[in-house]
Structure formats: C-alpha cells, structure tokens
Ligand binder design. Structure first.
Ligand SMILES: C[S@@+](CC[C@H](N)C(=O)[O-])C[C@H]1O[C@@H](n2cnc3c(N)ncnc32)[C@H](O)[C@@H]1O
Length: 244
C-alpha cells in the first residue's frame, strides 16, 4: 500500500461521519465559488476529491459544468463512485481520475479549482510546485478555493475526542491518540476511531497521518507573490483569483 492508502485504507468508512473539516459557513462559501465560476469557460478541477461529497454538492450548484475530480486513493474512489451512482442528475458531468495532482496535465481549460483539505498531504516542494502550476495554467479571473487544517488540531491534547456521530445503533468516536511535530511544518498524528454499541466497543482502528501544515496566511502570502488576488475567508478557508 502506498502512503495515501495507508492513511485512508482502513478509515474510509469513518470519513464522512467524522467530517473533521466541517464548518458552518462552508455551504455559503461553495455557493459564492459557484457564482464566480458559472460564467467562466472550462471545467472545475477538484484536487483530492475524497468521497465526493463536495464535488457532488458543487455539481448540483452549477448545472451545466463538467467537473474533473482527481483522487489517488482507491478506497476514497470506491466511496466516491458508490455515492456518484446515487446521483443520476450529475453523474454524466463528473469524471473521477485515479491520479495524484502531480500527474495532471492541465490541458483542460479550467474555470475554477477546489483544493479542499489536500495541501497538507503534499510535501513542501510539492505544494509550491502545485501553486506555481496553477499560476501558470489558469486564466484571468479563475478562482481557487483552498481549505486547510484547523490550527487547533496542532495543539490538541493527546486523548482529545475530536468527533462523535451516531449511525443506527452505533456510535463513532475519533480521538487524537498521539501527536508529534517532526519537522518545522511537519506533524504526525495517530487518530483512533472507536465504534461503540452502547458501552461496548465493537471495533477500534488506528490511523497514522503525516501533515505538512501551512497557515492560511503563509499560503496567502505565496499566492500574492504570484499573480493572484487573495482573501482569507476563515481560519481554514482562503480564496485566490488569478489577476494577471
Ligand atoms: C482530507 S481529504 C479531503 C477530501 C475532500 N476534498 C473533502 O474536502 O472532503 C484529502 C484527500 O486528498 C487526497 N490526496 C492526497 N494526496 C493527493 C495528491 N497528491 N493529489 C491529489 N489528491 C491527493 C487524499 O487521497 C484524500 O482523499
């Protein structure tokens, strides 16, 4: 298994339920992004589309746009495809490519880019390369929506419960059971997913995750030095628009 499969392999079943990246105003932001891209020419590129939740939401917000979703994890793609089959209204407009963004050719004309929860998976030089590629290949006025990790996860005490959700008679809880800063911007976490039926544990799954953390400000700064106008939308969301 490659690194990404290690992270999401055993835990993909918990991904949507634990939805670590959920924030209240995300839907409003997605709507605004849809408004910005709807009159521009080209596809929407969704980098690291995961289980497809946001991709399908976006496809429903703009009814005549094609979306190209990139997702290197076969586990994530399996969840994505299962969800897509339930969405006849959008499935002809979504192509799910089994590649990482480093392999994407940028030959399509692009009207908008979503990069939600992905940058932290890339090494520092890969992050920079991606931002340069976007700078080089996007036309004027094309927006990029980027979501980063909530900074509170960097300082969460070991043992913190970071999500709880129920499904049927089962309760799913996620804990940070280890956290280490292993480089200047690099962190590793052990997340432990516990499934309960009443007080009884039904299963426990550990997952190791390494993350190259950059703050919203740092990414904004890099994009501003290129050809983008930028705006911080929240602690985790930022928008960049190709300006020249
Ligand atoms: C935290 S999930 C976010 C999924 C989705 N965008 C969301 O907001 O729910 C990060 C996703 O990025 C994918 N990913 C990791 N490295 C990638 C790369 N180099 N290129 C494209 N996707 C990548 C992972 O497989 C995973 O599905």
């Amino acid at each position: 298994m490659n690194e990404i499969e290690n992270v999401y392999g055993e835990t993909v079943e918990f991904y949507d339920l634990s939805a670590l990246s959920q924030i209240g105003n995300k839907k409003i932001v997605l709507n605004k992004f849809a408004d910005m891209v709807k009159d521009l020419d080209g596809i929407i590129l969704d980098i690291g589309a995961g289980t497809g939740k946001t991709t399908i939401e976006m496809a429903n917000m703009i009814c005549d746009k094609e979306i190209i979703a990139l997702e290197p994890s076969a586990y994530m793609r399996t969840a994505f495809m299962a969800r897509l089959m339930e969405h006849n209204e959008v499935k002809e407009r979504i192509s799910l490519l089994p590649i990482d963004v480093g392999k994407y050719s940028f030959r399509d004309k692009i009207s908008g880019v979503m990069c939600m929860g992905v940058l932290g998976h890339l090494k520092r030089d890969e992050q920079e390369k991606l931002l340069y590629k976007l700078d080089k290949n996007l036309n004027i006025n094309v927006p990029i929506l980027i979501e980063l990790l909530e900074p509170k996860f960097l300082v969460a005490p070991v043992g913190s419960r970071i999500s709880v959700a129920t499904q049927g008679r089962l309760r799913y809880e996620t804990y940070i059971t280890d956290i280490k800063q292993v480089g200047m911007d690099q962190w590793t976490w052990r997340l432990t997913y516990k499934v309960f039926c009443g007080k009884k544990i039904v299963s426990t799954v550990d997952s190791l995750m390494s993350w190259n953390y950059q703050s919203v400000e740092k990414i904004l700064n890099q994009l501003t030095k290129m050809h983008f106008r930028t705006a911080k939308l929240s602690e985790t969301l930022l928008l960049a628009i190709k300006a020249r």
